[in-house]
Design a protein around this ligand. Structure first.
Ligand SMILES: CCCCC/C=C\C/C=C\C/C=C\C/C=C\CCCC(=O)SCCNC(=O)CCNC(=O)[C@H](O)C(C)(C)COP(=O)(O)OP(=O)(O)OC[C@H]1O[C@@H](n2cnc3c(N)ncnc32)[C@H](O)[C@@H]1OP(=O)(O)O
Length: 201
């Protein structure tokens, strides 16, 4: 049996998805488009003014972000309420592995038509962390070693996988990979140190 690791949906998801569309469309359009960028900047600033005027105190939002004890919804890799997250949606498997299918567009570009190496590192760091959560022993990333075997393509389905390999005292070792069309593009090995951090309450 597998399990969908996404948490409950809530209202900000729709606005975050729209913001994600805007980011993608802006990067896609650029200054060679005929778009009225000054007018678009005014409209986007008006949206930001509205949100800023209604935002709760930062402390309240932090408490809200860290409610519950499971996966969070705000992180920059899988957070459905964070517009800079693609976002990854995980499936956890009984063998301890987790998997996410994602296609990345121009905002994540590094080399031509390829995923930025730092973006791959972000996605793998987070995915290894979620694999630790799925396995039941989580920690802080102490070391993350990446090997970039082949360019990771934009605009094509990618599979991001991870699994916890061992727990030795406080040291947790976890591996993961990003593959495209069955070809491994990036592999990761992480050392995590178990260290409970209190959630803001
Ligand atoms: C990650 C928690 C998030 C909270 C989530 C809550 C619930 C989880 C539920 C589901 C999970 C879902 C999502 C999570 C997804 C993603 C997670 C994102 C991960 C991150 O984005 S995380 C940010 C980046 N990360 C940091 O910001 C770390 C900064 N750093 C420190 O906070 C400390 O540095 C720390 C804690 C690493 C160690 O500090 P410390 O004082 O606790 O440990 P200490 O020094 O006592 O060492 C004990 C033994 O570990 C060895 N050791 C220590 N560090 C080592 C290293 N670098 N390399 C090799 N070995 C090392 C020592 O050599 C000793 O080994 P020995 O016992 O053999 O002597």
């Amino acid at each position: 049996m597998t399990m969908d690791l996404q948490t409950e949906r809530c209202g900000v998801d729709g606005a975050a998805a729209a913001a994600r569309r805007v980011i993608d469309a802006l990067v896609r359009a650029g200054d060679i488009s005929g778009a009225d960028m000054a007018g678009i900047a005014d409209r986007l600033n008006a949206v930001a003014d509205d949100l800023e005027a209604q935002a709760p105190p930062l402390r309240d939002r932090l408490v809200n972000m860290w409610r519950g004890d499971g996966n969070t919804r705000h992180d920059p890799a899988a957070g459905p309420e964070n517009p800079i997250a693609p976002p990854l949606a995980y499936t956890g498997r009984p063998d301890g592995s987790i998997e996410s299918d994602v296609t990345l567009g121009l905002p994540y570009q590094g080399p031509p038509s390829s995923v930025h190496g730092g973006v791959s590192a972000l996605l793998l760091d987070h995915t290894l962390g979620v694999a630790n959560g799925w396995a039941g022993t989580s920690g802080m990333t102490a070391e993350l070693t990446l090997r970039y075997h082949h360019p990771t393509p934009l605009f094509e389905p990618l599979t991001v996988t991870a699994r916890q390999v061992s727990v030795d005292g406080r040291k947790i070792r976890t591996t993961g990979a990003i593959a495209a069309a069955g070809r491994t593009c990036v592999t990761a090995e992480g050392l995590f140190i178990a260290k409970p951090l209190p959630r803001p309450r």
